[in-house]
Each structure stands twice: as C-alpha cells, then as structure tokens.
Ligand binder design. Structure first.
Ligand SMILES: [Mn+2]
Length: 474
C-alpha cells in the first residue's frame, strides 16, 4: 500500500501562482480596478502553539485561504503576492537552532524554491522590511491576527470583495486540486470497504471508527477533515453523531460518514450497512428509497441546473414513497410538500460544496430561509463545471425531530403512527458520494459500492470468515 500522493502530480507543483492570478482576476472584476493600481495580498499561515502549562503543541490545521495562495503546510510561514509585479514570495519561519536538535533541520530556502510554485523564498525575519517597503500599495489580508501581528499595520483586513474573490476562486477546482481530491476519495473508498469487511471485530461503534482511521493512516492520510460519524441503530438519527462509543450488538443498522484528507483536500462519504449482512425489510425499504433519491437527483446534475431544484426533487421522491409505504397518509403530494413535514425526516441539505473544507466556501447558504426545506441547504447556486459537491440524501427517524410533528394536530394528521413505529429502530439512512461537475454532467469520485446486494455480500463474506482473520486484534 503506497503512502505517496497521486503519481499524476509527480513533477508538478501546487499551482499557487495560478491561484493568486485567479483571485486577482475575481477581485479586479468585483472592484472594477484598473491594471495600474498597486495591489498585494498577504497571508500568514497557522503556527504551532503550546498547551497551557505543557510543552506539547496543540494540533494544527493549516488556514485554507493561506494554503490556497501558497500550497505550504509548514507552520509559521507567510505569503506575499505583489500583484503589480506578479511576484509571489514565501516567508519561511526563522530557524530556531535550539530546536534543530529536537525537530531536525527545517526545509532550506533553496529547497523550498524548488518544491513550491513561488518566485522567491525569504525568512520571516525579513517580513517587516519587505512588506513595509511596498509604498503606495493596498495589501489585502483576510484578518488581523496573532500570526501577522508584526506587519498588521500595513494590512487591510476583511474586505468583503477579497473574500468574494477567494471564495469564487476556490469554488472552481483546477486539475491539480481535482487530482488531490480523487486521491482522497480513493483512500476513503478503501476505508469504507475495510469497515464493511471487518464486522467480526466490530462490536462497538469505536471499533468502526478505529478501522476507518487505521486504514486511512496506512494509506498516508493522517487527518480527517471532520470527525468520523460512526453510529448504529437509533443513534443513526443524529446527523453529526460523534460519540462513537455505543455497543453495536442487538442493533441491525450501521451508518458511517467519514472521509480521509489528502494534502488539505477533502473527501466526504457516507455508507450504511446491516451489521450481519442481512437487511431487515424496513431497513432495506428506507435504504432503497434513499438510493432512489440519490439516483433521481444525480440524473438532474449538469452545469446550469439549480441545486435548489435538485434538492427539492429529493423531497418529492421521499414524499411519494412515504405515501406509498403508508408512513404519510394519502393526502395530495403537493399538500404534503407545502406542509414541509418532509423536512423533519430529511432535515439537512442534499449536498454541499467540497474542497479544502468539508462544507467548502462559495455555497452561499441562507440559514434564515423561511422554508424549512431549504434552510440547511449549504449550496444555493446554479451548478458550474469544475465545482465539487456531495449528493447525500438521507431519511431519519429521530424522536427529537419528530416530537413537534407528533404533538401538533395540524401536522400529526398526515402521519400514520402505527406504520411509523416500524422504522424507529433503523435510526436513519444516508448515502453520500462526491461529484465533480463536468461539461455534460458529473464524474463520481466515490467508487465504493452503494448497491445493497453487493454490500450485503461484502459483509456476509467477512462475517463467514470469522474472527480468525484478525488474529492480532486486541
Ligand atoms: Mn457531507
């Protein structure tokens, strides 16, 4: 198992110069600036910090805007883009010679120049001199903070047009970013397969979590962009369940929402399976419904399509099937749609943009939307070629979410409680794939099967082999 990155990227650098050019393009378009204006961008990356009263450092996560403009993960680095001269400078942290004994020699400027897509490399001790010498410039940064404290007097922070330019640039991924994301997805596929294939040693949700992380780490992915959601039975009704510590025995359904990270880029995939490989009738019914929601919405995906419409299509597919199953009584579909009770069974959005953040920038959500069906939709835009997004319908049976429905006479009249009662034990089902919008439709990065029969086969084969295959597991 290789722990190196995608072979297609060998000999290529993270396209930092291209990213700065893109941001500049969006920024000028927004500002209507003339080319002669003296503009620069400056960002400081994250640096290491000690825990209080302790000589250990806190976990670090590189600032995503910073990474976009530079492609460097080294803590304590800075980037300056002098747009007037089209010059990109990396500032490395000064060498702390007392630390070399403990941490080894850091990357030297001549090596950094070869490794990164920049015009020059300097040390952070030169920051004030270099940034201060940019006379007559407006130097934009996202915000004043402790990492750029030395030069913040020179920096203009929080210009909404700068954020707009960064977000619009990040929204459309270039080929290099897409290769990183495809690689993250490949790792995640194998992790999900490993989780489905290790049921004999998964008697607690923690074991599922462990199996996923173990296989991610073995493939070189040390971080997850979000805490894995590993739940079983009724716990599956909590959307961002991260306790991951309940016993699985005596339950039937499992849901795992987890994605490996590769070089700051995300994958975000959800799969569900029956713990012993045999789907209960109710679990399979809901699973097939969610799969149908995903299939029918995927069929609508192409540049120019409105994500709102695609999301609402998923609601309509669910409503129709709920009426057929008798969970919702035989009212006109349009009346059910308008009542928005479907949002109590499918409370989240159909999907979100994906990139360096799990819920990536540029989606333009409206959390104040008066329509409950749209309130948590994190992507409210027309689809464009080069966007990466998730298609992740879900159906949940959450006592918390359904309480007000069941207690409100105006809403409970739609619900057939006897039929509903058959489904509580499932908790919920979500199926999530990562898609790149292409010229004619989409490319699905997620290759791990979502076919219920194939999943059943994988789990059963693993169960049949028993625990012996995992002889070294404690
Ligand atoms: Mn997601």
């Amino acid at each position: 198992m290789s722990t190196e990155g995608p072979s297609s990227l060998v000999g290529h650098k993270y396209p930092a110069r291209e990213h700065n050019a893109r941001v500049l393009g969006h920024f000028k378009q927004k500002k209507q600036l003339k080319l002669a204006d003296k503009l620069a961008f400056f960002m400081s990356g994250e640096d290491l910090e000690l825990w209080q009263y302790c000589d250990q450092t806190k976990p670090i996560r590189q600032n995503r805007y910073f990474f976009y403009l530079l492609g460097v993960e080294i803590p304590g680095s800075h980037v300056l883009y002098d747009a007037a001269n089209d010059k990109l400078t990396l500032f490395l942290p000064d060498i702390d010679y007392d630390d070399v004994m403990w941490s080894g020699l850091p990357l030297l400027p001549e090596d950094a120049l070869k490794k990164f897509d920049v015009d020059e490399v300097k040390y952070a001790s030169e920051l004030e001199k270099v940034v201060g010498s940019l006379e007559g410039y407006t130097i934009h940064t996202t915000d004043h903070n402790k990492w750029n404290a030395k030069v913040l007097l020179f920096l203009t922070e929080k210009d909404p047009d700068f954020f707009h330019a960064l977000d619009e640039s990040r929204l459309i991924k270039d080929w290099y970013e897409l290769e990183l994301m495809r690689h993250a997805s490949k790792i995640t596929d194998k992790c999900h397969l490993a989780v489905m294939s290790a049921t004999p040693i998964e008697t607690n949700e923690t074991h599922i979590h462990a199996e996923f992380m173990y296989h991610a780490l073995r493939q070189g992915s040390k971080y997850q962009l979000y805490d894995p959601i590993c739940c079983s039975g009724p716990n599956c009704s909590t959307l961002h369940y991260v306790k991951n510590d309940d016993e699985i025995e005596n339950k039937r359904s499992v849901l795992i929402d987890a994605g490996a990270e590769w070089s700051c880029y995300a994958s975000d995939v959800t799969r569900c399976f029956p713990i012993n490989g045999d789907w209960t009738e109710e679990h399979l019914t809901i699973y097939n419904l969610v799969l149908d929601m995903q299939r029918q919405t995927m069929a609508m995906i192409k540049p120019g399509a409105r994500w709102d419409d695609i999301h609402l299509k998923a609601h309509r597919v669910m409503i129709k099937e709920f009426i057929r199953l008798g969970i919702i009584k035989d009212y006109p579909e349009e009346e059910i749609f308008d009542s928005s009770i479907s949002a109590r069974f499918f409370p989240h959005g159909l999907g979100h943009v994906l990139g360096m953040d799990t819920h990536d920038v540029g989606g333009r959500p409206n959390y104040d939307d008066p329509d409950p069906k749209l309130r948590y939709l994190r992507l409210r835009r027309t689809l464009k070629e080069g966007m990466v997004l998730t298609d992740e319908p879900g159906v949940y049976f959450s006592p918390f979410l359904l309480k007000d429905v069941l207690e409100d006479p105006e809403k409970v009249k739609y619900i057939n409680k006897d039929v509903l009662d058959k489904y509580w034990s499932i908790g919920g089902v979500r199926i999530e794939d990562d898609l790149l919008i292409t010229k004619d439709g989409f490319e699905n990065f997620t290759k791990i099967t979502s076919d219920p029969h194939e999943i059943s086969k994988i789990v059963k084969e693993s169960s049949a082999q028993g625990k012996d295959r995992f002889h070294n597991v404690v």
